[in-house]
Structures are given as C-alpha cells and as structure tokens.
Design a protein around this ligand. Structure first.
Ligand code: NAG
Ligand code: NAG
Ligand code: NAG
Ligand code: NAG
Ligand code: NAG
Ligand code: NAG
Length: 797
C-alpha cells in the first residue's frame, strides 16, 4: 500500500517535473499565451509573459531575465495601454501578426510583419529577442518581425540602436515614466543622422548628451568605450544601415544598458551573481561637461578647471558679464574678426570631444592636407579633422560657423592623440602652443645661464614661482645619477637622493623621456604643483628642463614612505596608535586641500601608502600629486598603467570606467585608512576565504566585531573608540556608490568625532568580468587590457 503510494507520488512528482521541463520557447498559430503562462528561451536566459511593474496592478506583456532573481524587465509590448485585469492573451495569427487582446477581444496591441507569412511561428531567442519567422527549416535567421526592432528602455547586447535605411526603421530607446509605468518618459536615445551620425540622448526634444561622432575607433565623446576584455562596441555606418551596438566577449557576463528616468542618466549594469545584485558599471552624464552645449559656441568645457568653461584660444566671451556670472550659454566669439584675405593658420587641439555636427561636411576620400585646403578656401569654415582615425587617419570633416559642445577629457580617458581638431586662427595667433612652449624654454635657459645655479630664492619668477635648477647641479648632487643614490623606481622613472653643495638633501625625480609629454604640458604641470603649498604635501623645490631631460626636485623625506613602516614586521612597531591616527588625519587634511582648498581643484588619483612620505617627526606628506596628469598621450605600457592608478586602491567606477572624481580619491583614502589600522595590504591580502581587506573588514563589521580588524601590534592602545571611529569612517569611504561616500571635509569632521556617522552601505565591489583572466595583463601593447587589469574581485558580503 505504502509502496504503491510512493510510486504514485513519484509519478506525480515526475509529471510536474516534466511539465516544467516542457517549458517552450515558441508558439504557433493555433496556440495562445494567457496571463500566468510564459515562454522561456531555449538556453533559459529570458522569459516572456505578463507582469505588473512596481506597485502597479496593471498587466503588461514583457520580457525579463529568467535567471536573474530580481525581476528585470527588458522589453514591454503594450507600453502605453495596460491591461487592467488578468484577461490578457497573446496570439500569433496566420499572416504573422502578434495580437494582444484582453477579455472579449478588443485589441490592445498588435504587430505588422514585414511581409505576409505562410506558417508563422513566434519564438523567444536566448538573446532576449522575440521573433516571428516562418516555421520552416533553413532560413531561421530571417525574421518577419523582431522585438529588437522596437526597443523599450533597455539595449541588450547584440541589439542595434539606430537606422535601417532600406526600410526607414529607426530603433530608439526611451525611459519608462517611472517604475510603475512603462510608458515612454522624458529620456530617449538613438542614432541621429547628419553628415556625421552620432548617438544622442534627448530629454524631451532637447539634446541632452551627445556621444560625439564615431571616429573609426570610438566615440570621440566617450573615449572609455574602447574595446576591452568585456565589451566590444560597434558603430556601423554605410548605405544600408547606421547603428550602434555592443557585444559581450564573455558569455558568462549579463549586462544591460538602460535609460533611467529617475536619475536622468543612461546606466550600464552588470549582474554580479556572487552578490545577487545588479552593479552599476558606468553612467552618463559623467559630469557637468557632458551636459550638451554647456559652454556655448566656441567654448571649451574642462572638468578639472574652475570654472569649467573657457573660450577656445583666439576667442573671447560674447558677453563678459554673463560669462563672469557663470552663465556660459552665449558662448564665445572671435577675439579679432577673421580677415579672409589674410593668411591663416590653425591651432591644433588634441584629446577633445569633437564638436557637434549639424554645421559640418564630411568627405571620406579626402586626406588631411586636402581637408585643410578646403577649409582655407571657405571663410565660414572654422575647423577640420580626420573623420576616421582607424585607417591611419583618413577622411575629412569640416565645421562651419561655431563649434558647439566641445569638452576636454581627463587624461586617463583621452582619445588617442591622433584626433586633431584644428581651428582657424589669424596670423596673430601663429605663435601657437608649440611655439609658446619653445619660447618658454628659451627664456628659461637664458635665465639659468645668467644665474648659473640653483639659488632657490633668486630663482623665483613671476611666471612660474619656481626655481629652475640646471642639469649640472643635479648631476653633481646625485653623483651623476649614481645607482647608490637611487631611492626607488617611480612609475615614470627613477628617483634619486641628492645633496646640494650647501648640504641640503633633495629628492630628484627623473621623468622618462618617452612620456610623450611636450615641454608646454610639463610646464603647466609644474606650475600647478608649484602652487600647492600645504604641510601635508611634499614640497616641490624646483625643476630642471634641459635637452630632453625633465626633472622635478622635491624636499627630501628621511623616513621614506608609509608602506615601508606599516607593512614591515619591525618598523611597524614604531607607529603606535597615536602616530597612526596623526598620519590618517594628516593625509586627510592634505587631500582636502587638494580637493577643495587649493586654488586649483585637484584629484590625486593615485593615493596609496607608498605615495605618503614621512618626515623626521613622522608627519605624513602626500607625494606624486597631480603627477599622473603629466603623462598624457602615451597609451602604452607602464605609463598608461600608472595613469590609471594602482591596483587595489581604485574606486570601482574608476577601475571599470575610468570615471574619476574627488570621490574616487575618497575611496583610495578609505583603503589607506583600513590598511593603516589593520597593518595589512588590501592588495595581495591573503585570507582563507579569498577575501581582500575590504571584504574582511566588511565581514567583521556586519558580524558586529569590527575591532578584530585592528593590527595586533596596537593591542596595547586603549583608545578603542577612536579606532572604531576610524574603521567606521574607512568603511564609509569605500562604499560602492560614490554618492554615498563622504567628502574629505566630512571625513575630517568624523575623524575628530565632530560629526555623527551613518551606517556604511555595501563596500565597493569590483567585478571580475572575465573569469580566468589573470592580472596584470601579459600584453603590453593592449592599453585596454592594461586598464581592465585593475579589476579585482572583492569577496565582500
Ligand atoms: C492578423 O492581425 C492583424 C493585426 O490585427 C490584422 O491586420 C490581420 O488581418 C490579421 N490576419 C488574419 C489572417 O486574421
Ligand atoms: C466585453 O466584456 C465586458 C465585461 O466583461 C462587457 O461589459 C462588454 O459589453 C463586452 N464587449 C463586447 C464588445 O462584447
Ligand atoms: C535607476 O537608478 C536607480 C539608482 O541608481 C536604481 O535604483 C533604479 O533601479 C534604476 N532604474 C532602472 C530602470 O534601472
Ligand atoms: C584679444 O586680442 C587682444 C589684442 O590682440 C589681446 O590683447 C587680448 O589679450 C586678446 N584676448 C583674448 C581673450 O585672447
Ligand atoms: C570628396 O573629395 C574628392 C577629392 O577632393 C572629390 O573628388 C569628391 O567629389 C568629394 N566628394 C564629395 C561628396 O564632395
Ligand atoms: C562655405 O561652406 C558653406 C557650407 O558648406 C556653404 O554653404 C558656402 O556656400 C561655402 N562658401 C563658399 C564661398 O564656398
């Protein structure tokens, strides 16, 4: 009896199992899909069915990820016409139309196949594409209709955004109104046809963000969208089609691109299985400068400057008054009216987002010289550039009248230097960038010849506020750059100890010759550094520019760098808690100065223990500030790696997207803080559960035993509340979302106990996108892989 019952129930279980297994990915004309039933794609990635979004009770037909536990809808059929009850039914009729009806057959939504069908079948593909095709063998990839042609708010991999010129089909995405209502909201995105097509996000009918034209390799306005180990980006531009598309190189990655009405951004998400959540991989707009036409015509936006807008060289604000009150919308006009009959010259700009293209002309068969000639011939032509830099710089694009929506990129993100925007200037502007820098060098040399030495007081000059040392002096001080005097190897070149004739010790940092930086850029950087004066920043004493050599001279720090203390068995004993706390606060003050209080706004981008030097009294001084900026342009090898920052210290949005801000520095500061407290390195930190330091700290925190993180050497210290506060601040600094991270000014208040501390949210979680890929990269000549080598898996829970 019992046995029978067992068999019976087994059969029952088996039957229901089979029922589940029998889930199908297709439907023919005699079938229908009712509310409550679903189609599942063959590989189990996507599911089609009826759902209610958010808190709404309305029913919609949509597609969502089958294997993502958080219901994430990627496509909706009846966006504007909800079904109010559970009576929705989807059918495919004999001519190949999909017909969505409710109750007694009033049509809610239907489709029109590209041509009449004989024996149509509806199928949900594993890419998330819902297709109608003929139910014949063979021609499986000829679709009479596909949902990929009618996107909602999400662009999935392999989905085309843009035009099929043969049929006039224009595929655009548009945001949902809100999480309860999938009907189209304010944001929409598509490829806009012009002389030079580009991807544009609109807010209502206004242009909101522009990717910049595709230059053969990438969008000039989104240099970070380079081919990388995870994504491949495509832009097809021919007689039949103009579209943008991205693809995933690794099948194990789940990623989507979505227009988000709530945040007014376009977000790229990746699903992190270990964390069971979607992680924001990147987002635009990245900063103010992405706002369309922020600086007006002929204005240039540069996020690292204050104010962010300035006029292009040779131009001045149209209205000085509104410009000074930070209203840049009127833009800039030529400083001197261009006399067409005089000889002109051009000023070269690189690393720019190419201007908007309504007033432009493209000819793909012209070369750059012909392009220039053509521009010179037409008085309203203002600039030219290569239209395609992929094939060794071919093609010509000309701009007329005003240049609109130009921005400069943070260095690490710069497009290859080959992009050249050339702007007509009058002959008066002939002493262009390069010439100016030449003049500068000459003057310096002359000056040096006169004073003949390193005299630090006499060396002050208004232009630079910085003394110039001559090479002979430096050479003497470092015993001809002797190996014995070498302090270490910086990413840019070796660092030597030197002793001047008066007995003063200096640190001499030589910059590699092939850094790709011109004398003018170097001068600007040095000027910038020279203006920084703070007791927690290493002081720059002077520089030396001679022949090919570029050398920076710093004050000498007898105690070396912080990492040589805290990660060293014996020396770490020298740093008791009060000294460590003093170091933490000092670094925080130095960073605050860089971010906020100095005349310039500076993002360090490479804060780490080896960049914090200690003076005689073990006071911390941040070094290498702003240095990364010096090395613009060289995309290969060590230098690029260095620009990007250091493995283990980078904020996730910076590591994965190159997006940096004061908040990415705050992230690095958080790591530094946790390292100082624990005496352990974040990078290469070995823990049985393969966690890194953040994961380890986070676990202790969530398990309510945060003090176990503390370096055993600090056991004797009794100031537990202060330590606890530091750990707390450290975790606030390394939060995943940069908005959640505090600014350095609040960090300082919090460290001093003058501010209440909120509960930290989940720490930054960098996604290891390619399982099995090891870091650092083996290939030097693949800059993108260098960039992504920094992605590390934080096993935080
Ligand atoms: C299929 O549905 C479409 C749209 O509702 C309609 O125009 C067409 O006549 C239908 N075809 C048949 C055979 O019912
Ligand atoms: C459809 O059904 C509703 C309620 O079930 C009824 O009120 C309405 O008259 C029906 N319409 C038609 C065209 O049959
Ligand atoms: C929009 O962004 C917010 C904040 O990042 C997020 O919580 C929300 O899920 C996003 N909406 C969509 C549709 O992705
Ligand atoms: C404009 O030109 C005048 C004279 O050539 C020059 O003195 C002035 O500095 C220029 N202004 C700008 C903003 O370039
Ligand atoms: C492009 O330039 C070439 C060479 O100058 C010229 O022959 C051709 O007509 C141009 N094409 C267009 C569309 O202007
Ligand atoms: C200059 O180029 C513009 C834009 O293509 C055109 O409308 C105008 O006629 C040209 N002027 C001359 C003198 O060729």
């Amino acid at each position: 009896m019992n046995a029978n019952r067992f068999i019976f129930s087994s059969i029952h279980v088996l039957c229901s199992l089979l029922k589940i297994l029998a889930l199908t990915d297709n439907m023919i004309t005699s079938q229908s899909l009712n509310d409550g039933e679903t189609l599942v794609s063959e590989g189990g990635s996507f599911e089609l069915g009826f759902f209610s979004p958010g808190n709404s009770k309305n029913r919609y037909l949509g597609i969502w990820y089958k294997n993502v536990p958080i219901r994430t809808v990627v496509w909706v059929a009846n966006r504007q016409i909800p079904i109010k009850d559970l009576s929705g039914t989807l059918m495919i009729n004999r001519t190949g139309s999909l017909v969505l009806s409710r109750g007694n057959n009033s049509d809610v939504w239907s489709t029109k196949p590209s041509k009449g069908a004989q024996d149509p079948i509806l199928q949900l593909l594993d890419s998330g594409n819902l297709v109608v095709r003929e139910n014949l063998d063979g021609k499986k990839d000829v679709y009479l209709w596909q949902s990929f042609d009618y996107p909602s708010d999400t662009l999935l991999p392999d989905m085309k955004l843009g035009w099929d010129l043969r049929t006039g089909l224009n595929r655009r995405t548009s945001s949902w109104k809100n999480s309860d209502d999938p009907s189209p909201g304010m944001l929409s995105e598509g490829v806009e046809l012009a002389e030079y097509p580009q991807v544009v996000v609109r807010k209502g009918s206004e242009k909101f963000i522009r990717s910049g034209p595709w230059n053969g390799l990438q969008f000039s306005g989104a240099p970070e969208l380079r081919v990388n180990p995870v994504f491949e980006f495509k832009f097809e531009f021919n007689q039949e089609e103009v579209y943008y598309m991205y693809q995933l190189k690794s099948k194990s990655v789940i990623s989507r691109l979505v227009l988000n009405e709530t945040t007014s951004t376009r977000q790229r998400y990746a699903w992190v299985e270990a964390d069971r959540s979607w992680k924001l991989y990147s987002e635009i707009p990245r900063d103010y400068c992405d706002d369309y036409d922020l600086c007006g015509g002929n204005g240039l936006c540069s996020i690292s400057q204050s104010p962010v807008c300035r006029c292009l060289k040779g131009f001045k604000p149209k209205s000085a008054q509104s410009w000074n009150s930070l209203d840049w919308s009127l833009g800039c006009i030529r400083n001197e009216t261009l006399d067409c009959h005089r000889k002109h010259d051009f000023i070269k700009f690189s690393g720019l987002k190419l201007p908007d293209t309504p007033d432009s002309l493209v000819n793909t068969s012209m070369n750059l010289e012909e392009c220039r000639e053509k521009c010179l011939k037409n008085c309203s032509c203002i600039a030219y550039a290569n239209s395609d830099i992929d094939r060794r710089g071919t093609g010509c694009i000309l701009w007329f009248n005003n240049l609109v929506d130009i921005r400069e990129f943070p260095d690490a993100n710069r497009p290859p230097v080959k992009i050249i925007v050339v702007i007509v200037a009058t002959v008066a502007g002939l002493c262009g960038v390069l010439l100016v820098s030449y003049c500068f060098c000459r003057e310096k040399m002359k000056y040096k010849a006169e004073t003949g030495g390193h005299n630090t007081d006499a060396g002050r000059e208004e232009d630079m506020d910085l003394p110039l040392f001559n090479l002979a002096t430096i050479s003497l001080a470092t015993q001809n750059f002797s190996v014995n005097m070498k302090l270490g190897e910086g990413g840019f070149g070796p660092v030597y100890k030197g002793t001047l004739e008066d007995g003063k010790n200096i640190a001499v940092k030589t910059l590699s010759k092939d850094s790709g930086q011109g004398p003018n850029e170097f001068k600007n950087e040095v000027k910038l550094i020279a203006k920084l004066q703070h007791r927690n920043l290493v002081k720059l004493l002077g520089c030396c520019i001679e022949d090919e050599e570029k050398i920076l001279i710093y004050e000498f720090m007898p105690n070396g760098s912080l990492d040589s203390f805290i990660f060293d068995q014996t020396r770490s004993n020298l740093l008791d808690w009060s000294k460590r706390f003093n170091i933490i606060c000092g670094v925080a003050r130095g960073l605050l100065y860089l971010h906020q209080d100095s005349r310039l706004r500076i993002i360090h981008r490479d804060l780490k223990t080896s960049n914090v030097l200690l003076d005689k009294e073990l006071n911390p001084k941040i070094s290498d500030f702003g240095m990364a900026r010096i090395f613009v342009g060289d995309e290969s090898g060590e230098t690029t790696k260095r620009i990007v920052g250091t493995y283990g210290y980078m904020a996730p949005e910076y590591a994965s997207y190159g997006w940096f801000s004061v908040k990415s520095d705050v992230f690095s500061f958080g790591i530094l803080l946790l390292e100082i407290i624990s005496g352990k390195k974040n990078r290469g930190f070995n823990h049985p559960q393969n966690q890194n330091l953040i994961g380890y700290a986070w676990r202790f925190w969530t398990e309510g035993r945060p003090l176990e993180l503390i370096d055993p050497l600090l056991e004797e210290s009794t100031n537990r509340p202060e330590m606890l506060r530091c750990i707390h601040v450290g975790l606030l600094c390394v939060q995943q979302s940069r908005e959640d991270r505090p600014t350095m000014s609040s960090v300082i208040l919090m460290l001093n106990g003058e501010s209440t501390l909120s509960q930290p949210k989940h720490p930054g979680f960098l996604i290891d996108m390619i399982p099995g890929e090891t870091c650092p990269p083996s290939s030097k000549d693949e800059p993108s892989s260098v960039k992504y080598s920094s992605i590390t898996l934080l096993e935080a829970r």
